[in-house]
Design a protein around this ligand. Structure first.
Ligand code: 2HA
Ligand code: ZN
Length: 279
C-alpha cells in the first residue's frame, strides 16, 4: 500500500490539520506522535528506506522495536496536509530503546520532533498502564491554557478544579484530572521525566507558559481531550475577563452527584472547599 493511503497516516494528517485550524500551532509550534500497530507497520513497510541510527536522548526499553509516526523538528503543522512526506516521518526504535532511525518521510532532511524524549517517555508510561491501548501523544500551544498559567496557582488541584467547574462535561472527559509542570526548558530529558511522572496519574499535563501534552487511545479521543480542556480554559478566561469572582458555580457535592450518575471516579483531592470569595 502507498504510505500516504494508510488509514492511520490519514488520521494523523487530519489531526495535525485540525490542530492547525484551532490556532494551536503557530510557526513550528507543537508536535504529534502515534505508536503504530504491527499490522499497520506491515501494511506500509514496502515503502521503507532506513536511515542511520541516532540517539533518542533518553532510554525507553519498554518501547524497544516499536514504530512511531511523528512530526518533524522545525516543521509546520500548517504544511502537514500539503506536504506530509516533508513534514512527518516514521521512526523505528532499536532493541534497547536507546536509538531511533527514520524509515519513511522527512524527504528533505531533518529530524523527528525536538520533544521526542517527552513523547516517547509518555508513550512508555501509557503503554504500560493501559496494557497497550494508548497510542497517541499530542503537544499543542493552546492559547487559553497558557494564559491561565500566568494567573492560577501552578498546581494539579487548582487547574483540575477550575477547569472542571467551567463545563459540566469536563469531569466526565478527564475524571482523573490534569497535572502541571512548572516552567522548564523544553526539548530535553528533564522536562520529559517530569511530564511522564504526571502521565502516571493523568492524561493531560500542562506546561506552564508553554502549552499542553495530551495522551489517548486514538486520534479522536486525544484531539477531543485537548479540545475539551482548551475550551474549558477559554470559558474561564472569558469569565475572569468579565469579573474576578463567580456568582455561582458547580459545587463539590454537585461533582459527587455527577460522578455517581456518570459512573466516573473523581478524586476527592480536587473537591476541596473554597472560601466564598475564591469561588
Ligand atoms: O516547536 O512545540 O515544545 C515545537 C515545540 C517545542
Ligand atoms: Zn511546544
Amino acid at each position: 500500500m502507498e504510505f500516504l493511503d494508510a488509514e492511520f497516516v490519514q488520521g494523523f494528517i487530519r489531526m495535525a490539520d485540525d490542530g492547525w485550524n484551532q490556532g494551536w500551532h503557530e510557526r513550528n509550534g507543537g508536535n504529534l506522535s502515534y505508536r503504530v500497530k504491527p499490522k499497520e507497520m506491515e501494511s506500509v513497510k514496502e515503502n521503507f528506506e532506513a536511515k542511520e541510527w541516532q540517539p533518542i536522548g533518553t532510554t525507553v526499553p519498554k518501547l524497544a522495536g516499536e514504530y512511531f509516526l511523528v512530526t518533524g523538528s522545525g516543521k509546520y503543522f500548517r504544511n502537514v496536509i500539503i506536504k506530509p512526506e516533508d513534514s512527518i516521518c516514521m521512526v523505528e526504535l532499536d532493541d534497547k530503546g536507546e536509538n531511533y532511525r527514520i524509515v519513511w518521510g522527512l524527504v528533505n532532511g531533518g529530524k523527528p520532533t525536538s520533544e521526542l524524549p517527552s513523547h516517547l517517555m509518555n508513550h512508555e508510561v501509557k503503554k504500560e498502564l493501559t496494557a497497550g491501548r494508548y497510542r497517541v501523544i499530542y503537544h499543542a500551544h493552546t492559547t487559553n491554557v497558557i494564559a491561565l498559567t500566568f494567573v492560577l496557582p501552578l498546581t494539579d488541584e487548582a487547574f483540575t478544579r477550575e477547569l472542571w467547574e467551567m463545563a459540566t462535561e469536563c469531569p466526565v472527559v478527564f475524571p482523573g484530572g490534569i497535572g502541571v509542570v512548572p516552567w522548564m526548558v523544553p526539548g530535553g530529558r528533564d522536562i520529559a521525566v517530569e511530564t511522564s511522572k504526571l502521565m502516571k496519574d493523568y492524561d493531560v499535563a500542562v506546561w506552564a507558559h508553554h502549552g499542553m501534552f495530551a495522551a489517548g487511545e486514538d486520534f479522536d479521543l486525544t484531539f477531543g481531550l485537548m479540545h475539551t480542556v482548551e475550551k474549558s480554559a477559554e470559558i474561564l478566561v472569558k469569565m475572569l475577563s468579565m469579573q474576578s469572582c463567580k456568582r455561582q458555580t458547580i459545587m463539590p457535592d454537585d461533582f459527587r452527584n455527577l460522578a455517581r450518575d456518570f459512573k466516573v471516579t473523581l478524586p476527592e483531592k480536587f473537591l476541596y472547599e473554597k472560601s466564598n470569595t475564591a469561588k
